[in-house]
Write a protein that binds this ligand. Structure first.
Ligand SMILES: NC(=O)c1ccc[n+]([C@@H]2O[C@H](COP(=O)([O-])OP(=O)(O)OC[C@H]3O[C@@H](n4cnc5c(N)ncnc54)[C@H](O)[C@@H]3O)[C@@H](O)[C@H]2O)c1
Length: 350
């Protein structure tokens, strides 16, 4: 049988554990999986583009478990009452191919993206970073702000979005958080001035310049989240030129990240190498670092593992018949006809 976790189950999980605790556990799961990078069979995600968005499949597996995520990215969706990003995913046994978990991943993607950002910033941002600019105040933004506050010690967030209503929503959600100062800024330049960390998490299907090289200050860490698709970038090329750039899975980021603007021999470091001690993260107080985040399948594998483990402990979710439970594994037809006959009997009796 397969366990189904709905959006309500994930909300119940957050209610039971608290968001900061769940985010902290997500960082632990991510780090554990990134540290055994070479155990995984990896590929760039399969993307189906249209003029207005993208639909992607993100598979990954090790010797024991296989996962995939279905996810879209449609920046125009919010004008039509739908989220920009929607997702669900599956965890399966490699040994038999049996799907063990089918889960919502829209809420979870926001948590795993914020947790991945923190995992990177732990190694790339200056120790003692206190101020973060947050450009793009949409669906992902609360998760980024709260993850950086609770897990990395950010005490002030400086907000800007071209949509004032999005910023007002974010302010309303962050105001009650004790120890977090919230400053609304007139534009990106004002938000970024003096920030230790700059998170860009905007949605626009264009080569935007949210952050230019003229806005950089020595020692800044850039957490670039919204440039994640061919023709959809946030950072000017001179930001990347002046920084040390870190990525999830290089072959995918070359196609999808802000890195798509750079020549094929532009040097980057995969994050797992920093976690394993094979490469250095930040090298000095004045170095500018960029995490060119696009979202990699392994992050969803980690998130699905965490959901499965915590849901089992807390008795959340429901068992569903996604795969037929056959008395004889070679008799699919007999099973179907048996169930069809039972369904007709039940309809007649009703
Ligand atoms: N890297 C990852 O792993 C990952 C994961 C999830 C989402 N994303 C990306 O993050 C981005 C944000 O996602 P979301 O769900 O919050 O989308 P959203 O549509 O809810 O919010 C995006 C916000 O960006 C704002 N914006 C657009 N252009 C801007 C500009 N020039 N300056 C300032 N603000 C601007 C919009 O007004 C909107 O409020 C998307 O591009 C999405 O594809 C990346």
């Amino acid at each position: 049988m397969t366990t189904l976790l709905t959006t309500l189950d994930v909300s119940r999980l957050v209610a039971r554990l608290g968001l900061p605790q769940l985010l902290a556990q997500m960082v632990e799961y991510l780090e554990a999986d990134f540290r055994r990078w070479n155990d995984f069979e990896k590929c760039a995600r399969l993307a189906s583009h249209s003029e207005v968005g993208v639909i992607e499949l993100m598979p990954v597996c090790d010797a024991r478990e296989y996962s995939f995520k279905y996810v879209n990215g449609h920046p125009k969706n919010t004008r039509e009452g739908l989220p920009t990003v929607m997702a669900f995913g599956v965890l399966a046994d490699v040994d038999t191919g049996r799907p063990t978990l089918l889960s919502e991943l829209t809420l979870t993607t926001a948590m795993r993206t914020a947790a991945t950002s923190v995992m990177a910033a732990k190694h790339l941002a200056r120790t003692g970073s206190k101020v973060m600019a947050l450009i793009g105040n949409g669906a992902q933004s609360e998760f980024q702000a709260l993850a950086f506050h609770h897990l990395l010690g950010i005490e002030e967030v400086r907000l800007f979005d071209v949509d004032p209503a999005a910023t007002a929503k974010l302010v309303a959600h962050l105001k009650p958080v004790s120890g977090l100062r919230v400053v609304v800024c007139a534009d990106t330049r004002e938000a970024v001035r003096g920030a230790d960390i700059v998170t860009t998490v905007t949605a626009d299907k264009t080569n935007a310049v949210i952050l230019g090289g003229d806005m950089l200050e020595p020692g800044m860490h850039i957490n670039g989240v919204g440039g994640d698709c061919p023709g959809k970038t946030e950072l000017a090329a001179d930001v990347l030129q002046r920084a040390s750039v870190f990525v999830e899975f290089e072959p995918q980021t070359r196609i999808e990240g802000d890195l798509q603007q750079m020549p094929a021999d532009f040097g980057v470091t995969e994050l797992w190498r920093v976690l394993c001690g094979e490469a250095q993260g930040r090298r000095s107080e004045s170095e500018i670092t960029v995490f060119d985040s696009v979202g990699f399948a392994l992050e969803d594998y980690s998130a699905l593992r965490l959901l499965r483990d915590r849901a089992a402990e807390l008795g959340l979710g429901e068992t569903i018949g996604l795969i037929p439970g056959l008395a004889d594994p070679k008799d699919l037809y007999g099973h179907l006809m048996g169930e069809a006959a039972a369904a007709s009997d039940a309809r007649r009796a009703a």
